[in-house]
Every structure is written in structure tokens, then in C-alpha cells.
Design a protein around this ligand. Structure first.
Ligand code: AMP
Length: 281
């Protein structure tokens, strides 16, 4: 496995693989790799001949006062993990390599970015779509792999690919969870032991919500109120608790069709997100 830091080096490696007829898989990450990232790499390995993992803590998707500076950077361990899984190439550029001058070109997806995390983190998705568009152009992959953990990101990236006629395919992998249900995240390591225990309330609230829907409850106001009660019982500070249409991400009153139930909760300064996708006939 090679680790490269320069755009030109990625292009050369990928081109050489393509000459051999390889199908190219791309797994974009911010590093501090864990089993969630691992599942994307494994999915890429199963389907592609040459897998590129990008590791870049993208400054343009962090707002003022967010955790850009303290975000874990663990390239050595990440490289060992990628090697173990069998990835072919890591691209770990510097900020300067990705943004050599002040960025004048941005990719913006309207509407889908207005609610949920988009409302709480202004500019976040503009940073995500811009860096993903750049990575797609740099790597030239056939397929890119994303996690359902970031449900709004999935919808936004899909819209970008469709709206800009990008050639690559997007694959979505299920959320990987700890044994108690907490979604695996690079940010979980910020949690104190006590916060870590209480953080189980995100997945518990979502699971209980699903159970109530399975039992016939269709009133989004009642369901979100119950989720809020569960989360607050555990001392989580709610950023949002929403039930939206899974395609357009607009809030639903009566629940039907493809539904996304999404939560964002603070424990101390750590912001965690989780979601469940349901298909109601
Ligand atoms: P990040 O490094 O947090 O930007 O995440 C990189 C990719 O890994 C994104 O597509 C995430 O959705 C995905 N990912 C992060 N956590 C998980 C998880 N617990 N299960 C599945 N995918 C995940």
C-alpha cells in the first residue's frame, strides 16, 4: 500500500491501475479511522480492484468554534488499518495541497442543505460538497463509498452527482454500531466515561421511535416528543430531533413512505448524530 500526499501522485497511481483495467473505488474520510470507515473500505474492496482511501480533515466544512483544531489526526494508525484491510492507496494531502489559494470555486446544493445539520452548521455542506467534488476529480474513481451515518450528506452528495452529471456511482453502507447501539464515530473519543454511557440514548430514542411506528403510531409530533424525553432523561442537549421525508429532507407531520428519523445531540461540547431510515408501505 502506498501513501501519497500530492495530487499528481494520486493521478499517476490511479492511471496506472486503470491501464490494467482496474475498477477504482474511493473512500473519502477525515481519518481517525474506525470500524465504520472499515466497513466502507471492505465494501470497496469487495467490488473494486484498486481502492483509494482519502484522509483529509477538511477545514472548509468546519464552522467557527467547531472542533477543527482538536479533530484527531492519527495517520500512522490509519495507514496500518488500511494496510490490514488491503486498501491500495492512501491520499493524505495537506491543506495547502487541497486549497493552495483562497478558494473562489464552491459547489453548493440548495434545499437539501437547508434543514437538519445544514441549519445548525452554516456552510458545512458547501465545504463537504466542494471537497468531495475535488476528490472525485482528483481520483477519478468509478465508485465512491459513503456511510448512512451521515444521512444528510448522503442525500446531498447524491444530488450533487446527479445535478452536475458526474460519472461516478455512489454506494451507501449501513451504520456500524458499538455493542450497546452507539454509532461508531471519530468524535466518540471526546466523550468522558460518563458521557459515553449516556450517549446510548441516541440509538435508544431512535429504536423506541421505530418500535412505536411499527406499532402503528404515525404522528411525527408525538414521536419526536417521545424521543426528546428519552434523550433529555439521559442529560443530552438536543440540537435537533426530526422526522423528515428521506428524499427531500422536509419535515413530515403524518409519517408515510421513505422516512428519515434523525437526531443530533450534544454531550458537553461533543456533538453526536444518528439516524434510522424506514420504508413504510
Ligand atoms: P468521516 O471521517 O467522519 O468524515 O467519515 C467518512 C465516511 O465514513 C463518511 O461517509 C461517513 O458517513 C462514514 N462513517 C462514519 N461513521 C460511520 C459508521 N458508524 N458507520 C458507517 N459509516 C460511517
Amino acid at each position: 500500500m502506498k501513501i501519497v500526499h500530492i495530487i499528481e501522485e494520486v493521478r499517476q497511481s490511479v492511471q496506472a491501475a486503470k491501464k490494467q483495467g482496474a475498477k477504482i473505488g474511493l473512500v473519502p474520510t477525515m481519518g481517525a479511522l474506525h470500524a465504520g470507515h472499515g466497513s466502507l473500505i471492505e465494501a470497496a474492496m469487495a467490488e473494486c480492484d484498486f481502492v483509494v482511501v482519502t484522509i483529509f480533515v477538511n477545514p472548509t466544512q468546519f464552522g467557527p468554534g467547531e472542533d477543527l483544531d482538536k479533530y484527531p489526526r492519527t495517520l500512522k494508525e490509519d495507514a496500518a488499518y488500511c494496510e490490514k484491510l488491503g486498501a491500495d492507496l492512501i491520499f493524505a494531502p495537506s491543506d495547502k495541497e487541497m486549497y493552495p489559494a483562497s478558494q473562489l470555486v464552491w459547489v453548493d446544493v440548495d434545499k437539501l442543505t437547508e434543514g437538519l445539520c445544514g441549519a445548525k452548521r452554516p456552510g458545512h455542506f458547501r465545504g463537504v460538497t466542494t471537497v468531495c467534488a475535488k476528490l472525485f476529480n482528483i481520483v477519478g474513481a468509478d465508485i465512491a463509498y459513503f456511510g448512512q451515518k451521515d444521512a444528510q450528506q448522503v442525500a446531498v452528495i447524491r444530488q450533487m452527482v446527479q445535478g452536475l452529471n458526474m460519472l461516478l456511482e455512489i454506494r451507501i453502507c449501513p451504520i456500524v454500531r458499538e455493542p450497546d447501539g452507539l454509532a461508531v464515530s471519530s468524535r466518540n473519543q471526546y466523550l468522558s466515561a460518563d458521557e459515553r454511557q449516556r450517549a446510548v440514548c441516541l440509538s435508544q430514542a431512535l429504536t423506541q421511535c421505530k418500535e412505536q411506528i411499527d406499532a402503528g403510531q404515525r404522528d411525527a409530533a408525538i414521536l419526536t416528543a417521545r424521543m426528546r424525553t428519552v434523550i433529555e432523561h439521559y442529560g443530552g442537549r438536543i440540537d435537533y430531533v426530526e422526522i423528515v421525508d428521506a428524499e427531500i429532507l422536509q419535515p413530515l407531520h403524518a409519517i408515510e413512505g421513505r422516512v428519515l428519523i434523525a437526531v443530533a445531540v450534544f454531550f458537553g461540547r461533543t456533538r453526536l448524530i444518528d439516524n434510522i431510515l424506514l420504508d413504510l408501505k
